[in-house]
Design a binder for this molecule. Structure first.
Ligand code: NAD
Length: 329
């Protein structure tokens, strides 16, 4: 299947490209403008189209040249806090840009469209685990942009016959275990890369935002999913869409780790002290979040294989550590 990966040089996209190439029957092209992604993340086996996916003229050139049958869209602005300060930038990129891409897919009769969505579409949890029927009430503009695109996809599926998968990722972490992805995630905001940067001395200490939540150790609990598991789900989603039609699936592990659990394991994995300070709670942080992945198991035949805390932290440290140390010398 000829598959175009938009944002394929980024953190998750580069792992998706590897999973497609590893799986075999895929001819893969990457479309990326390298705004946060890295050229080094594009393997020789993949074709590369460098440019902005919001440029419709460029998109037409790519679609005519590569003739994709499937499109995976991972190119978004993704900082929830930032989206509240510059909503128009997020709307232009995540809403208007994504719609342009989807409309081009409709024009060219794409067989399957896979969309990177997020757990942020749910907002504050009403119950746990979060399943796909949980109310969707985003509490930041980023989550809203993802939900709005999901709603368009649902309409286009009914009205225009578009077959799509919307994959709601929880917290992505880790790196390819064989070190094939060398371009690091740009400006990471998630706990695990920040813990790693602290371990490597890039940050003086880790702020633990609140230790008085109603959780076993008082710190927030989140569902961390290994990026290789996420990538595997994309390959399965392409197959599942062809078989079952459009679908929406959570991609999480079904359980969570607290901030202090991550910190304690990271100290073991890195053999570094990793200084930490307890700070005030951040507004809008729910105490606990984790996914139900029953639907992904049923529709995709998917189960996380690499998302234990040791593998998440080890694979991250193996890739992040040498690069940070190199930068420091
Ligand atoms: N990282 C997470 O934990 C997480 C969680 C939930 C959802 N997501 C979603 O997953 C997707 C990928 O996230 P990521 O962490 O890999 O981010 P990333 O920033 O590493 O990757 C995005 C890629 O898209 C490219 N890109 C951005 N704007 C572009 C444009 N206008 N034209 C062409 N290419 C462009 C970037 O250069 C980069 O290679 C995003 O849609 C994000 O919202 C990520």
């Amino acid at each position: 299947m000829r598959t175009l990966v938009v944002g394929g040089a980024g953190y998750i996209g580069s792992h998706v490209v590897l999973a497609l190439l590893d799986a075999g029957p895929f001819h893969v092209a990457v479309l990326d403008d390298f705004s946060t992604g890295h050229r080094i993340n594009v393997p020789d086996m993949a074709e590369l189209f460098e440019g902005d996916f919001r440029d419709r003229t460029f998109l037409h050139q790519v679609f005519r040249a590569f003739r994709p049958q499937a499109v995976i869209h991972l190119a978004a602005l993704k900082a929830a806090g930032e989206s509240m300060n510059i909503p128009v930038t997020y709307a232009n990129h995540n809403l208007i840009g994504s719609l342009g891409l989807i409309h081009t897919c409709l024009e060219y009769g794409i067989e399957a469209f896979v969309f990177s969505s997020t757990a942020a579409v749910y907002g504050d949890p009403v119950y746990l685990p979060l399943d796909e029927d949980h109310p969707t009430k985003p509490i930041n503009f980023y989550g809203y942009t993802k939900l709005a695109i999901e709603e368009h996809l649902s309409w286009y599926s009914q009205l225009s016959g578009l077959s799509y998968a919307s994959l709601r990722y929880f917290n992505a972490a880790g790196y390819d275990a064989s070190g094939r992805v060398q371009g690091l995630e740009t400006d990471p905001r998630n706990l695990i890369p920040i813990v790693m940067e602290t371990a490597a001395g890039l940050r003086p200490s880790l702020s633990v935002f609140g230790d008085d939540y109603p959780t076993p150790d008082g710190t927030c609990v989140r569902d961390y999913i290994h990026v290789t598991d996420l990538a595997d789900a994309h390959v399965r989603a392409l197959e599942a869409v062809a078989k079952h039609g459009s679908l929406i699936c959570n991609l999480g592990t079904g359980s969570g780790f607290s901030v202090l659990e991550v910190l304690a394991s990271a100290r073991k994995v890195t053999s570094r002290p990793i200084p930490s300070v307890i700070s005030a709670r951040r507004p809008g942080d729910p105490p606990q979040l984790w996914a139900s992945n029953d639907r992904a198991t049923r529709l995709l035949g998917w189960k996380p294989q690499h998302s234990d805390l040791g593998t998440l932290l080890n694979t991250a440290w193996q890739v992040i550590r040498p690069q940070i140390l190199e930068e420091q010398t």
